[in-house]
Design a protein around this ligand. Structure first.
Ligand SMILES: [Zn+2]
Ligand SMILES: [Zn+2]
Length: 141
């Protein structure tokens, strides 16, 4: 089981800063700030502090770490996916659902967000309004 949440770094050059992390119970890695899997735990202590990647890791508040993870995931949004079958656009429009038939789909991989959206609503702005993630979650990915 993988757990995704914000935690405060308890050791290392950025102790006290908040990061969005993933991984299992023992091997945790930073998801929001570092492109590479920067191990917080599970690496030898003498190697842990020397990575130059630390300079760009960590936020002053937990809210900042959630917001950063959200921003990172929104950059991975794809709007070019196609569904095999027609679906109704799920975008909320003035208190109802658009429901315009579409094969277009907006996706934040691997499974953060996947909704059929018509050509008009298949935009980053619509997705940002519909999706309030990632928050905390657990799963096999
Ligand atoms: Zn971050
Ligand atoms: Zn629509």
């Amino acid at each position: 089981m993988q757990h995704h949440t914000v935690q405060q770094l308890s050791a290392g050059p950025r102790a006290g800063k908040y990061v969005y992390t993933g991984g299992g119970e023992r091997a945790r890695y930073v998801e929001c700030c570092a492109d590479a899997f920067l191990l917080v735990y599970g690496v030898p202590e003498d190697e842990r502090d020397s990575s130059p990647a630390w300079q760009d890791v960590g936020h002053d508040t937990a809210a900042d770490a959630y917001a950063h993870m959200r921003a990172v995931l929104l950059t991975r949004l794809t709007l070019t996916g196609r569904l095999a079958d027609w679906s109704g656009c799920t975008a909320p429009v003035g208190g109802r659902i658009c429901d315009e038939p579409t094969k277009g789909v907006a996706q934040i991989p691997p499974m953060h967000f996947q909704e059929p959206l018509c050509d008009e609503h298949r935009t980053p702005e619509t997705v940002a309004a519909m999706w309030d993630g990632p928050g905390d979650w657990s799963g096999s990915w």
